[in-house]
Design a protein around this ligand. Sequence first.
Ligand code: GDP
Length: 455
Amino acid sequence: MKNSSTVAAVSTPVAAGGIGVIRISGSEAIDIAAKVFRPGGKKNINEMKGYTAAHGTVYDGDKAIDEAVLLVFRAPHSYTGEDVAEISCHGGVYVVGRVLRAILNAGAQPAAPGEFTKRAFLNGKLDLTKAEAVMSLISAQGEQSAGAAMSALEGALSSKILAAAQTLITDSAYLAAWVDYPDDEIEEISTEKLLADYTEVLSQLENLLSNYDAGRAVTQGVDTVIAGKPNVGKSTLMNYLAGFKRSIVTDIAGTTRDVVEDTVRLGNVVLHLADTAGIRETGNEVEKIGVDFAVGRVERASLVLAVFDLSREFDDEDKAVIELCKNKCAVAIINKDDLDPKFDKTQLDCFRHQVIISAKDGTGADKLAHAVEEALGTDSIDTSAALLANERQRQCCEKAAECLREAIEALRMNITLDAVTVSTEGAITELLTMTGEKANEAVVNEVFSRFCVGK
Ligand code: GDP
């Protein structure tokens, strides 16, 4: 899987900016830099040590393009583990593109998405979970998600997974020796010890799996729908959460016809919010389209904020909203706490999470944040602990747990030890696929294809 070509790409955003960085990596990186970059003094680029810089001019052939700074990193002490040259030139779409073209003209190949990080992985600089953390860190939208990505980059997940795999590998080695060489005097590993080890590793994996959804809610945000009959205050709530007016708020029922979207932070979670048309039977065609759409949105959402009006009697439209929230992660919001209560709150007993607020006066936001955190399970999430970051990791973890359950079952039923070995090996393979040690090329390519060019 190793790459021998030298590649280059722009590593900063392609937009007007103070500086733009073009990274070159591979065995020819310094030679290629020497072809396009002429240092100001008498410096010889090929003799520059790692972690040193030179000031000079970038040329394409004989044509000067920009004044720039060259940074040199020598293998293996670089991000990719290869020789790396980075040219920091003036930011700006044209100049940066022009410098890249000069570098490609001098013999570098264009880097594929994520290629620098992929090379770092192939050169053993980081494992697959850490490489994925690099991507999470780049796309992090807030302190919580950046903190979780940073913990993963520092190895919170990979050290846990490798420790689990190591326990299984040690047990498995004993088992294999014992099964393969029954006549030798190999100390027999007791069923109790195996059971204890497997149960411990299984419980760690189950713990990771049970935190997956809440972890994703913190790091990626949650698709959320604000639902309720017309005029309960959905748009007002949306505006309150968003901090400014977005949807049209009027007293006429049914004025929010389509879906208005926004991303807001509530407690420790980011909500990708949609304020939908009021859910009710309607004869108006235009409004009907909005209503049908709203029902679809509620069905697909990961979290429903179901809004009810404290100042009006409970009715069949509220009942329809409750019906829609069945089997969903939902928080009942009883709005208009500033008005005289007419609503029968006992009708909402089916909601485990409820809050009373006034969206208009802006009261109850803390209670709402707490209810949302409880409903999503994020109230107990520690972003500095090991968290599964994506579906690939979750699936590896799930399959490893399944193999361990089989191994435990086999041990309890006194099935031959080679059957136990097969299941244990399956679990080890899944764990090492997660860290990348045993991941096949297709998996590795899939992981890096989601990166941006230049990282
Ligand atoms: P939607 O149809 O559910 O989106 O409801 P709107 O957000 O458009 O609100 C309908 C009406 O209720 C508007 O006149 C709002 O000002 C009013 N309203 C919303 N929230 C509150 C509240 O907490 N207290 C009071 N008194 N009025 C509210």
